[in-house]
Design a protein around this ligand. Structure first.
Ligand code: CA
Length: 352
């Protein structure tokens, strides 16, 4: 322990929830905020801050989100990150009308593909898509995987206040399953119906609101039967599973109790307990949670092949957190899985 050189020799660090933003998209965010046409209070809270603040934090993040070259690679080198799995930052295109979202998803994917071509040893791409038009989204995912070499899909939680538990979005799940790539369900600020008490208390963002929104989203996919319909679909959750691993026991108990009592007629029995989908279909990444007890807990209850390292660059670029992640107690084989081989297997990186 403590000899970072031997660790570096023993494993590569692959960071799996790392964000970028095309300059065009940030300009469109500013225009949407200024237009008064936006109906998403979470978007106004988050992007009103990042695009308006002169703080050091906001300035650094806006600058680094747009860089897929020298600055980003220098930051990776400075913290010992050999590869980033890069995805379009939240809420991506999902805040726009369908036509805007479709063309912007193609633009973002093409920009990311160019960066992967320039730095194939350092970046792997996830496909952005416009769930506003599920058929277009499925086609774009296929183009990204088959033509651009991307290795997964990014969905930034709700799309204009709608969730993937709704069967109208299932073409997206079907495409991901058929192409054998995971869907990374990344946070967004809570949807319109959920956000108000969080917003009034300043808790709507990454401090807690993201986890409430995204944990509920993932759980609702399970209870809607998405994984019975698409049993090979893999879902990735950041922030150590948005708290869901801690709830495994109670989720099973209360789901079964609700089903037995027929409390909600639309809630149908599942083939397996809720916890089984969380163990088998779901993978979690650390993204900004470099905390040994929580990492060890997730490894214990989900299995150590389902827990992966992520930094959450550029939102949480802290060198000491990489060192803290290196020091989490686990044996050498488990550590290599955590930083490297789980990501290689999940995103199919061996062939790259
Ligand atoms: Ca993130």
């Amino acid at each position: 322990m403590g000899d970072s050189v031997s660790f570096i020799d023993a494993y590569r660090r692959i960071a799996t929830e790392e964000a970028f933003a095309p300059p065009e998209m940030l300009r469109m965010y500013r225009e949407l905020l200024a237009s008064g046409r936006n109906d998403d209070p979470g978007f106004m809270s988050m992007w009103g801050f990042y695009s308006g603040s002169r703080s050091e934090r906001a300035t650094f993040i806006i600058e680094r989100l747009q860089d897929l070259d020298a600055h980003r690679i220098a930051d990776m080198d400075a913290t010992g990150i050999s590869m980033q799995v890069v995805s379009l930052t939240s809420p991506g295109v999902q805040v726009f009308d369908a036509e805007t979202a479709k063309s912007l998803s193609v633009l973002a994917n093409d920009q990311l593909a160019d960066a992967v071509r320039r730095h194939p040893q350092r970046f792997v791409g996830l496909a952005a898509c416009a769930p506003q038009d599920p058929a277009h989204a499925a086609q774009e995912i296929e183009r990204c995987v088959r033509t651009l070499g991307f290795r997964g899909v990014i969905i930034n939680s709700h799309t204009r206040h709608e969730y993937l538990n709704d069967a109208k979005f299932w073409e997206i799940c079907e495409a991901a399953e058929a192409l054998d790539v995971p869907i990374y369900l990344h946070p967004n600020t809570p949807s319109r119906g959920m956000i108000q008490p969080l917003l009034e208390r300043g808790l709507d963002g990454a401090i807690y609101g993201f986890a409430v929104e995204t944990g509920m989203h993932a759980l609702s996919m399970i209870t809607a039967g998405v994984f019975d319909r698409f049993p090979k679909l893999k879902l990735v959750l950041g922030h150590l599973g948005e708290a869901l691993p801690f709830w495994l026991y109670r989720l099973d108990y209360m789901h079964q109790a609700s089903i037995r009592a027929n409390r909600y007629p639309f809630l149908k029995p599942l083939r397996q307990p809720v916890s089984a989908y969380l163990r088998e279909n779901v993978y979690v990444t650390t993204s900004g949670m470099p905390w040994a007890p929580a990492i060890r807990f997730c490894q214990e209850v989900l299995g150590d092949t389902h827990v992966l390292y992520a930094m959450d660059y550029p939102y949480q670029y802290v060198a000491a957190e990489v060192a803290a992640s290196d020091e989490v107690p686990m044996d050498a084989e488990c550590r290599r899985r955590f930083f490297q081989t789980n990501a290689e297997a999940l995103f199919g990186l061996e062939a790259h």
